[in-house]
Design a binder for this molecule. Structure first.
Ligand SMILES: [Cu+2]
Length: 244
């Protein structure tokens, strides 16, 4: 795959721009570094527009058969209440595969094998009055832990997966008489999707360097400089200009 060209052996970079769901106004970007050798996933999420106060559940969603997870559209609003609720979105983004929590050592065991679920112990982030989330965690999936290994196998390849962030207040006028979390009761709906994005592998050298910067990593430890130099040379030969 093209996206492993500029990052050293076994390391892959992914990103996605988050799109608002359900008119949440949430915006943001997710960058990930996957180290296949150590089975370590570094996750960086920067968002704005989240509702202050209650926690925002966030996940990697996807399908067990690695078919491509997609962001839902209003076409998934099967109960016609104007909202794509958690269960409605499952049709396009698939089930939860990893809880993106503040306690990753716990999350790497979660949803790993049948009947094994630590959801009650998951700690998800909250945001202050500015509505901004700056999230950075590292998940290590130990190969000798069957649950962790099952989750790692589930979330890879990441380009088939989706990031989904949840949590927004709806009013008593919304979803009256319909199923799902938007059902005419006023209050914060913990599982209502507010943003999603489809992960994509990063290939162009400039985008690789940008992502490394977003992750605050030392490029000398991650980047394949020879491959980047080759791209710069190819750019020059194609255009007469030196650029990354
Ligand atoms: Cu989710």
């Amino acid at each position: 795959m093209a996206h492993d060209t500029y990052v050293q052996d076994g390391k892959l970079l992914y990103s996605t721009d988050l799109n608002a769901l359900n008119n949440s106004g949430v915006d943001g970007r997710v960058v990930m570094l996957l180290d296949q050798d150590t089975q370590t996933l570094t996750v960086d999420i920067q968002t704005s527009g989240l509702e202050p106060g209650p926690m925002h559940i966030q996940h990697i969603h996807g399908f067990a058969d690695d078919s491509d997870a997609k962001s839902p559209t209003i076409a998934q609003d099967t109960d016609g209440d104007g909202f794509v609720e958690l269960a409605e979105g499952l049709a396009t983004y698939g089930p939860i595969q990893l809880n993106l929590t503040l306690n990753p050592d716990n999350a790497v065991h979660d949803h790993g094998t049948e009947g094994h679920d630590h959801t009650d112990e998951a700690v998800f982030p909250t945001v202050g009055e500015d509505g901004k989330l700056s999230y950075r965690e590292v998940f290590t999936f130990a190969a000798d832990d069957p649950n962790a290994q099952a989750i790692f196998d589930g979330i890879t390849p990441l380009e088939a997966k989706e990031i989904v962030i949840h949590g927004m207040t709806t009013s008593a006028n919304q979803g009256v008489g319909t199923e799902g979390e938007v059902d005419g009761t006023a209050g914060f709906k913990l599982v209502l999707p507010v943003a999603s994005g489809e992960l994509e592998g990063i290939a162009p050298a400039a985008d690789v360097l940008q992502a490394i910067g977003d992750l605050d990593l030392n490029p000398n430890e991650v980047v394949d400089w020879n491959a980047i130099a080759a791209e710069v040379t190819a750019n020059f030969e194609a255009t007469g200009q030196w650029f990354i």
